[in-house]
Design a protein around this ligand. Structure first.
Ligand code: COA
Length: 180
């Protein structure tokens, strides 16, 4: 899918910026008429994937979605606004930041609803992981997010190693108790 034209050495953050607006309908809501958390995560995943797709210009799969706080309830009839951009590109993976607001339909007031970081991995047409272009942060905010993304990647890697070690220890414990 990628070629020298579609896969240059580096891309800007601005070239990855993506936005989605949704009107919340009864089908998106729980019995109180509030947007379901899982539905919000779906919208976040989609908006994040758009920025990742614009950067990689190849298929992308979601590898991880970080901790999300649901700060405000969103009601049926509200407008949900989601914005995303790539924070940093690594080898085959990249981190995207997604920020979500609710717009009250009568007043136009905007409230911050949630923020999330997602990691996507670029995949070629044969299903193999694919190297992606570098990201060029330009503004002070983009440079700050670029640096923070590396710290989060290191934290994710440390957490993944810790969980792997826990699974190993649990498997060792299970096999020794089964042998008794
Ligand atoms: C994501 C996936 C491709 C990673 O494959 P893998 O063989 O584990 O890959 P590796 O361990 O070699 O890592 C490849 C890259 O992914 C990153 N990665 C893998 N798992 C990750 C995780 N849980 N969190 C963050 N990054 C992760 C690695 O850091 C590495 O990045 P880099 O190439 O930029 O250095 C694979 O686990 C997968 O296909 N998962 C299912 C994805 C999916 O179906 N998502 C939901 C629907 S889209």
């Amino acid at each position: 899918m990628s070629s020298p034209e579609t896969n240059p050495i580096a891309r800007t953050v601005a070239s990855t910026q993506s936005e989605m607006t949704e009107i919340i309908l009864p089908n998106d809501a729980n019995t109180l008429g509030n947007l379901l958390g899982g539905r919000l995560m779906h919208f976040i995943d989609l908006t994040g994937a758009m920025a990742a797709y614009r950067h990689a210009r190849s298929h992308v799969v979601t590898a991880a979605m970080d901790h999300i706080d649901f700060i405000q309830p969103v009601h049926v009839g509200d407008l949900l606004i989601l914005k995303s951009s790539v924070n940093r590109a690594f080898n085959t993976s990249l981190e995207v930041g997604v920020k979500v607001w609710v717009e009250h339909p009568q007043t136009g007031v905007l409230l911050h609803v949630a923020s999330a970081y997602l990691v996507f991995v670029a995949i070629d047409d044969r299903g193999h992981r694919q190297k992606i272009p570098a990201l060029l942060p330009e503004t002070p905010n983009e440079i700050r997010r670029f640096a923070d993304a590396l710290r989060r990647r290191e934290h994710r890697e440390a957490e993944a190693a810790r969980r792997k070690q826990e699974r190993r220890e649990q498997a060792g414990h299970n096999s020794s108790t089964a042998a008794q």
